[in-house]
Design a protein around this ligand. Structure first.
Ligand SMILES: [Zn+2]
Length: 426
């Protein structure tokens, strides 16, 4: 409707102007050499308008011709951009589909068409990683890390690569650069915590790591790694507070209490731990200062007093009774443990020792010993420290398995021993 109105208005204006021009009186004469042109004023005005219009059109044509090179470059740029964007889409699809070759090829084409933009660099790197070309990925991440606005992306990629190849010193350097480039990210915090764990920086790991069931383990490790006795005691205390039944935590705390003269408190912690989770290492600590066999037996009695029916308590009482020459009591304790279902190897070995002590080198004694040792060969395995990740056996508890590098996987249990597995001593 508006167009119709405008059209009518324009027609009206043109008719009005033509009518006004036609009404202009007079003549116009122009002489060029021997030629004289003479016409009426309206025609002259019309010719003038046509002349101006022709000049304007010519100017536009000349400008258009002059701009051809520039326009061509713009067209080529737009064309490259369109092609590049199409390649980017192709890379994304190939990455999503896990197509290594097409992803890598399209990423390289996108980079050639669009240049070193954060997007193309990231795609080249990810396509390189997907194809197992870590060198290509690293080159792209390094260029990306120089990009002011995408530095964190490049560093993140380099950090992932360093972690994958377990290059912890390099990973630590990159993590610090990433923290400076983009501070406070949760992902980076977790990465730094993992790095601190891998490099044995337990105190830093505890600061970075959030709620984690392995915290008591980290506290014990931090206490062992700490040279300052006060700080070490605090770490050990924290470990014990978080898990007062975890024997490495209890012993970390109790041994430092003992070293600082707080023997009563140390034994109290150990007795409490025995009540919750008896462990031979707790008994070794509680009896360590007693050298007289009878005194050791009394110390053992005090230790097991609040958990006397646990198989570990019977085994301990049998051991100290045997050491004190009380073979009858030792046998009695073993029989109780056996009746309660304990069929472990150490029980049979204790029995063999009892037979040896009671009957000596006699024929019935030798037969009884042989019988006990035969039973030991087929008995259930004794509990022991072993890595739940790689299966390696450890003579002592460690926060980190030295065989496979796993953290918090060394556990005490009577899992079936597999012959041929490595044993880590110490
Ligand atoms: Zn392991």
């Amino acid at each position: 409707m508006l167009k119709v109105v405008l059209f009518l208005l324009a027609g009206f204006v043109i008719v009005a102007v033509a009518w006004l021009l036609a009404a202009v009186p007079g003549h116009v004469a122009a002489s060029i050499g021997a030629y004289t042109i003479e016409t009426s004023a309206p025609v002259a005005i019309l010719l003038l308008i046509v002349l101006v219009a022709v000049i304007l059109i010519l100017v536009r044509i000349v400008r258009g011709v002059l701009a051809i090179p520039r326009t061509g470059a713009g067209w080529r740029r737009r064309h490259r951009l369109a092609l590049g964007e199409a390649r980017v889409t192709r890379v994304l699809v190939a990455l999503a589909a896990g197509e290594q070759g097409p992803a890598r090829k399209a990423a390289r084409q996108a980079r050639r068409l669009l240049g070193d933009t954060p997007q193309t660099l990231l795609l080249v790197a990810e396509a390189g990683r997907l194809s197992g070309r870590e060198d290509e990925a690293e080159e792209a991440f390094r260029v990306l890390a120089k990009h002011p606005e995408a530095r964190f992306l490049g560093l993140r990629g380099l950090l992932r690569q360093a972690v994958d190849r377990r290059d912890w010193p390099e990973a630590l350097v990159i993590a610090k650069q990433a923290e400076a480039a983009h501070p406070g990210t949760t992902w980076l915090r977790q990465q730094r915590a993992d790095l601190a764990l891998q490099t044995g920086n337990w105190a830093e790991a505890l600061e970075l790591i959030g709620p984690d069931p392995r915290r008591p383990i980290f506290y014990v490790a931090a206490a062992d790694a700490e040279s300052d006795p006060t700080r070490a005691l605090n770490f050990a205390k924290q470990a014990w507070k978080e898990d007062p039944a975890f024997s490495p935590a209890v012993l970390a705390y109790a041994s430092r209490l003992r070293a600082s003269g707080h023997e009563k408190r140390a034994l109290s912690c150990v007795v409490e731990a025995w009540k919750q989770a008896p462990h031979p290492d707790l008994a070794a600590f509680a009896l360590a200062l007693e050298h007289n066999p009878l005194a050791r037996a009394q110390a053992a009695r005090r230790l097991v007093a609040r958990n006397p029916n646990h198989p570990e308590s019977h085994l301990l009482m049998a051991r100290v009774a045997l050491d004190a020459g009380l073979t009858g009591e030792a046998r009695h304790q073993i029989e109780i443990a056996e009746n309660e279902g304990t069929k472990q190897r150490r029980l049979c070995l204790l029995l063999a020792e009892i037979e040896e002590q009671e009957r000596g080198d006699t024929e019935p004694g030798r037969i009884a010993q042989r019988d006990a040792l035969r039973r030991a060969a087929t008995a259930e395995p004794d509990p022991h420290w072993h890595c739940t990740n790689c299966g390696a056996e450890h003579a002592l508890w460690h926060p980190k398995c030295e065989m496979c590098g796993s953290i918090g996987t060394v556990q005490w249990s009577s899992g079936v021993r597999t012959s041929g597995l490595p044993v880590v001593v110490g």
